[in-house]
Unconditional design. Structure first.
Length: 255
């Protein structure tokens, strides 16, 4: 094959649109990236680009936003005590309040939720503009355990607790808890502590429903070594460097 033929061959290196690259780097959402690009705030290799689909080869181009290198954007990691009734999304097509309402007036850069909590659930929710860190948190194989306190509409016996750990097939998925403990019980309902070592959509609600158990409240109280603690409803705080590192460090095993 001639040199000309080789030069004309398509590159096998993957290319992505500029707006997608910005969102994947955690500096903004994809729609916001498109607006930044169209308004002339983004340069690639010293040239202002106004096409959100401009092809980018990872690691080959220098991307600058508002005069700052993309790789120099400060990384932020924070935790929120999500109130019940808010949806975990940047914008909701049905006009419902989102978790971003809790950050109004804080002057934060764009942050993405790390994992999700559904509208009816509450408690510990992480946010960050650090996509590599977020990916390790949400990895179903190696991510940290998640701990929940769940109020149910029945009084459980030992057989039910064992069954939740043993698991059940539901709509083609095997749902199970890693650990389940009874926290306290009343006359008609009880609180369970449920630990998950994997993440599936509405996993706890679906698992309990498979045993005809309804959820009255569901609160995530811990992710790995990070506890919700006394953080008030709707309040947030930045994580310390030690907390950030601990969430992606493998747990110590005793010998």
């Amino acid at each position: 094959m001639s040199n000309a033929g080789r030069a004309g061959a398509p590159s096998s290196t993957p290319r992505h649109g500029l707006a997608r690259v910005l969102s994947k780097q955690g500096v903004c959402s994809r729609s916001e990236a498109a607006r930044w690009i169209q308004s002339g705030r983004v340069a690639v290799d010293g040239r202002v680009i106004r096409d959100p689909e401009f092809p980018i080869v990872q690691g080959r181009h220098r991307i600058v936003v508002d005069g700052r290198d993309l790789d120099q954007a400060p990384r932020i990691h924070l935790m929120l005590n999500k109130p019940r009734g808010l949806v975990t999304t940047t914008q909701d097509e049905r006009g419902r309040d989102t978790v971003y309402r809790c950050f109004d007036g804080a002057g934060l850069p764009w942050l993405a939720p790390v994992g999700r909590l559904d509208k009816a659930s509450e408690g510990l929710l992480l946010f960050s503009n650090d996509p590599a860190w977020a990916a390790r948190i949400t990895d179903p194989e190696t991510g940290p355990d998640k701990t929940y306190h769940v109020q149910i509409d029945t009084l459980p016996d030992a057989a039910l607790l064992d069954a939740l750990v043993a698991g059940v097939e539901e709509e083609g998925e095997w749902l199970r808890a890693s650990r389940v403990n009874l926290l306290r019980s009343g006359e008609r309902n009880a609180w369970l502590e449920i630990v998950l070592d994997e993440g599936r959509n509405r996993q706890i609600r679906r698992l309990l429903a498979a045993f005809d158990v309804g959820v009255l409240r569901l609160v995530r109280v811990g992710i790995g070594s990070l506890a919700l603690g006394e953080l008030g409803k709707g309040q947030w705080r930045e994580l310390s460097e030690a907390e950030v590192a601990a969430l992606v460090s493998p747990p110590c095993s005793s010998v």
